[in-house]
Design a protein around this ligand. Structure first.
Ligand SMILES: Cc1ncc(COP(=O)(O)O)c(C=O)c1O
Length: 386
């Protein structure tokens, strides 16, 4: 019997240049290196890798991650502040369960990662948007909103922020705002979930210290993921938090029942790191994505009509394009797809439904020639619409 069910999330439609998907190019996934790491795992750690894992994650991966963060960032987190997750999506789901009750408020940037909004909705949370700009979230506005909400008796469960090369805008929180947010988190006893999915994918210079590193003993959780820097199908990430919160998560029913969320993969990634392959792989993908970033920015400048603007892109996967305000990118999408190019309409990234004249392009999936073709097609559609 032949299988007609999908094996993967990504759907590539014939004739359409897909600029909507923020997935890594399959050609950049390190299948050979991971195969070698899997073989080493079976040979040297088979028993442990196939057992129910320690709830916090295998000690050898926790130790390797702590050492690696110390080497790259100059701050070595104690392993009791670290735990292995099934990627940031799983970590967010777990943290919503631990930190919130239905009806609580979550503060997010406008715009923000649209699928985090889905997870918050799953938990019955009410999202309140804080405006942002090219320097990231307006932290002082977040403080004002927090005070208003609390004065009305509302419970604010946490603030969620993508601090580096955000999805969808590519913007990073400016260093002074990071400091202001870390300080506010401590003074106001506000939990901050710092989603750092893209921090290692910088193309010009490494980003400023994370909010977590500015206040490691504060109420800040940092979420890292192997989805972008290695492979999304691994379903693996990590979390840094106060040891008491790590213990709360480690003692959750799901981990008590099943042990580490992804024990074999965690071991395999530990072997990949032990073989010295992670840094090498990240340097390699950075070079590819830098080239694609340069290609898409160059063709955008040539092809998009006057009145369209975008931020400089220093890292991550996305270009956030602003069209003249009378254009609606949701309404334009069928025309773009008929012309052979797709994107994500901006309104999806705003919890409160604005952003109709923005669109998100991703340069992570396709090689430079395909990006150029896609943007040429988009330019033709926009020139007609303007
Ligand atoms: C900002 C952000 N956070 C989290 C995720 C998902 O992370 P993971 O694959 O580790 O669940 C994505 C994926 O697009 C993302 O853009």
């Amino acid at each position: 019997m032949s299988n007609t069910l999908p094996d993967i999330q990504l759907v590539v439609r014939p004739g359409i240049v897909e600029l909507g998907w923020g997935h890594p190019d399959p050609a950049l996934l390190p299948a050979d290196g991971l195969a070698a790491a899997a073989a080493l795992t079976f040979a040297a750690h088979g028993h442990s890798a196939l057992a129910y894992g320690a709830e916090q994650g295998p000690g050898r991966l926790l130790t390797a991650l702590s050492e690696r963060l110390g080497r790259l960032e100059g701050v070595t987190p104690p392993t009791e502040q670290l735990m292995i997750t099934g990627g940031t999506s799983q970590a967010l789901n777990l943290l919503c369960g631990q930190l919130s009750r239905p009806g609580d408020v979550v503060l997010v940037e406008a715009p923000t990662y649209h699928l985090a909004l889905r997870i918050f909705a799953d938990h019955g949370l009410r999202v309140v948007a804080v405006p942002g700009d090219a320097q990231g979230m307006h932290v002082e506005t977040a403080r004002t909103l927090l005070q208003i909400l609390r004065s009305r008796g509302e419970r604010v469960a946490f603030l969620y922020i993508v601090s580096n090369f955000g999805n969808p805008t590519g913007a990073s929180l400016a260093p002074d705002r990071r400091y202001a947010l870390a300080t506010m988190a401590r003074h106001e006893a506000l939990m901050v979930l710092e989603d750092d999915a893209y921090g290692e994918l910088w193309y010009d210079a490494p980003p400023a210290p994370t909010i977590y590193n500015l206040m490691p003993a504060g109420p800040i959780v940092r979420l890292g993921s192997f989805a972008k820097v290695l492979a999304p199908g691994l379903r693996l990430g990590w979390m840094l938090a106060d040891p008491a919160l790590v213990q709360r998560c480690v003692r959750s029913g799901m981990l008590d029942s099943g042990g580490c969320v992804n024990q074999f993969t965690a071991h395999m990634v530990a072997s990949f790191i032990a073989q010295g392959q992670l840094d090498q792989h990240i340097t390699n993908v950075r070079n590819h994505w830098r080239e694609r970033r340069d290609a898409i920015l160059a063709v955008l400048a040539r092809q998009l009509p006057a009145g369209c603007t975008w931020n400089p892109i220093l890292g991550g996967f996305f270009v956030w394009v602003r069209l003249p305000p009378h254009l609606d990118t949701q309404a334009l999408l069928p025309r773009a797809e008929a012309a052979g190019v797709s994107y994500l309409p901006g309104a999806r990234f705003f919890a409160e439904g604005s952003g109709q004249h923005y669109l998100r392009l991703s340069f992570s999936l396709l090689p430079p020639q395909a990006l150029e073709l896609g943007v040429k097609r988009l330019g033709a559609v926009l020139r007609k619409a303007c």
